[in-house]
Write a protein that binds this ligand. Structure first.
Ligand code: HPA
Length: 286
């Protein structure tokens, strides 16, 4: 039994049939499997342009993924190589605030799992809650607060249950350390911390930023947590990194602008790139 088969057997969950069928269509059309999968969030889609031998398909043409309506999300799946080693990336994701039901939010992760992914890197942009943060630094997620949790709904019944990783540990400390070491080696600012998942689509009020800080959150955003949960239930190794684009200063508020969020996230691509390479090295030792 491979490590992946063992993980799936342990969790007893598989991607839904629609994901498995979409993976077969992608292979038939020229795409390929990869051990490392990456979901590129707000402003980070350009990272997929660094892949060699890239083959891409629009999300809607997969017959399984929806196209995001959010700015800064290109809506493609890209199979490519890094130093000869295969990687598959999703440029953009769909969000609950766009009106998508919970079962749509995890289709990308299921498709990546159906394409052989065993290590998953999720990325996003967030608002920083610690006063000493700087716009552009990275937060490697080591836990989350889920303020959106809803029933998974249609088709995801097999995921429903009270199963959680041992001791509620959704984020593997060894992966967190590996991600931090990679950014440090690249000379870029990063720390680990707790991500609060809110529905949005508005950025938070000053009172909400204060509340989240008191509750123990280090950053706040509108995505990623459903993907972490389903990725783990599918037996994947999951790491998640957030680009802190704006820093909440409730007592000296500044305007948060979506275009500025996208620009700052794009400027942080080097740190995310360092993490992609470190996880690839782990997934496929060179
Ligand atoms: N709040 C929620 N989501 C975000 C923010 C924020 O301040 N910045 C970027 N994404």
């Amino acid at each position: 039994m491979t490590v992946r088969e063992h993980a799936v057997a342990r969790e007893g969950r598989r991607p839904r049939a629609g994901a498995v069928e979409a993976a077969a269509r992608i292979r038939a059309a020229g795409g390929f499997d990869a051990p490392l999968g990456v979901v590129l969030g707000t402003g980070l889609g350009g990272i997929a342009d660094r892949l060699e031998d890239a083959w891409a398909i629009a999300s809607r043409d997969t017959g399984w993924l929806a196209s995001s309506t959010a700015t800064g999300h290109r809506g493609r799946l890209v199979c490519g190589r890094l130093g000869g080693r295969p990687v598959v990336m999703l440029q953009g994701r769909v969000h609950a605030y766009e009106g998508f039901p919970p079962e749509m939010l995890t289709r990308g992760v299921e498709l990546l799992a159906a394409l052989g992914v065993r290590t998953l890197l999720l990325t996003n942009a967030s608002g920083g809650l610690r006063p000493d943060m700087q716009g552009g630094e990275l937060l490697v997620m080591n836990d989350h607060l889920d303020f959106v949790a809803r029933p998974w709904g249609e088709g995801l019944e097999p995921m429903v249950g009270t199963v959680a990783p041992a001791a509620g540990l959704w984020y593997d400390p060894a992966l967190v350390e590996r991600a931090l070491a990679a950014t440090r080696a690249a000379g870029l600012p990063a720390r680990q911390g707790v991500y609060a998942y809110l529905l949005g689509p508005s950025y938070e009020t000053r009172a909400e930023y204060r509340m989240l800080r008191v509750m123990g959150a280090d950053a706040v955003g509108m995505s990623t947590v459903p993907e972490v949960v389903v990725g783990r239930l599918l037996g994947l190794d999951v790491a998640a990194v957030s680009v802190v684009t704006n820093v909440a200063r409730p007592d000296a508020p500044e305007l948060t602008d979506a275009d500025e969020v996208i620009r700052l996230a794009a400027d942080s691509a080097e740190g995310v790139w360092a993490i992609v390479n470190a996880l690839l090295e782990r997934a496929v030792p060179g």
